[in-house]
Design a protein around this ligand. Sequence first.
Ligand code: ADP
Ligand code: ADP
Length: 225
Amino acid sequence: MAKVRLEEIKRRFNNVTAIEDISFEIPDGEFWVLVGPSGCGKSTILRTIAGLETATSGKLFIGDRLMNNIPARQRDVAMVFQNYALYPHMTVAENIAFGLQMRKVDAKLIQERVATVARSLSLEHLLDRKPKQLSGGQQQRVALGRAIAREPQVFLLDEPLSNLDAQLRDDTRAELKQLHQELGITTVYVTHDQVEAMTLADKIVVLNRGRIQQIGEPQSIYAFP
Ligand code: ADP
Ligand code: ADP
């Protein structure tokens, strides 16, 4: 877990400025949601935090460490995309445990972590299945579990629920919230969905044309009639 701080981050692609003057600090353990129209720069911000994009200028800190020149694989960050990609030959439990095994985490701790994640994401009864024996929604839950089981400092999600049907989206959203409450990992979440933003966010960042329009708690962003 760690705070995430962006200082005047800018990213230009040739002549296109994707994001500009992006500054905010996410306190350790908070869940922030980025919203705004397609093309406003949400993914570029997420990818910059992950190290998949390099800022043209500005500074990125995770914890107190300046990350600009730290490659993605050396960042303690997990990212989940719209399209999950699980290891097809491994069971659900093995998929979730994978990142921990790579880090040579103690077997008992791995078991505990897998159990916690499986409970939060309602996967307990599926642990011995292979991905192809799961529905799309179940597979995406495994992808979420796999990303978060090793408890990265920062968890990044780019529209992780948008390929799911409405009921699954509601269930998975609730489970994700539960998981965040249990693990308390600093999270940045991109969505088009107002309900997701409202129910998940500690703070919402509203972007427009690559700039921050507003940052606030959900109640201050979406007015209620
Ligand atoms: P969002 O995630 O909000 O839809 P993006 O961060 O994907 O927005 O894109 C922001 C802007 O930057 C868009 O105008 C997009 O076309 C542009 N952009 C993003 N990635 C690239 C790239 N690799 N090359 C050129 N332009 C890009
Ligand atoms: P979204 O709108 O869901 O964020 P996009 O379809 O805009 O996703 O972008 C998907 C990928 O294409 C991203 O990796 C982004 O960096 C890249 N991309 C987006 N816009 C452009 C562009 N104008 N030129 C090149 N690559 C782009």
